[in-house]
Design a protein around this ligand. Sequence first.
Ligand code: BG6
Ligand code: MG
Length: 210
Amino acid sequence: MKQGIIFDLDGVLLSTDEMHYAAWKSVADELGVPFDRTVNNRLRGVSRMESLEIILEKSTRPFSAAEKEALATRKNDRYRALLQSLTPDAVEPAVRETLCALKARGFRLAVGSSSKNTKLILRLTGLAPLFDAVSDGTNITRSKPDPEVFLKAAAFIGLAPADCAVVEDATAGIDAAVAGGFTAIGIGDAATYEKTEIAIHSLSEIPEKI
Ligand code: BG6
Ligand code: MG
């Protein structure tokens, strides 16, 4: 029986993955670099700079390190402008109800996200008090599929990986969970990924016994 559950943020707790997409899309369009949802799916779970590298694979010209920094900043400024519209209403009722129910059943809950905007998002949506710990892009050196973010989350809630499940929408996140020794629960695109151990379509489907 697991004692802890670690949740990815973007695309699991909130639809902020759509805001990431919109912000990258506007930058890619300005550059004239083709960018669509298939490419976007490869950005799930990976860091901001790694995401930019994936987008620029389709560019016909090289970019200097300084240009890449400026592009990543441009994207993040646009993303953060979109985030300002977030309120507690952005959280689906089923998500908040599930988190409250899991907490009441005694699970320790953590967030495990590659995003450096995690704490801002948790504050704007009022989700912060529901979590015992947050491991995010500000405390890791390697992003998913490396398990670092989840290993730190487990350590922050005082549990071993074997005692925790991870909920993810990204294949890179499922890879990270499996590599770290966690039980991998997949939602969204990750529900059909072969390494996913438990597939769900809503957080309310997290099994009673994991
Ligand atoms: C992850 C997203 O949660 O955070 C990625 O799935 C994103 O798409 C990454 O690139 C980093 O986010 P941020 O907010 O630090 O740019
Ligand atoms: Mg995600």
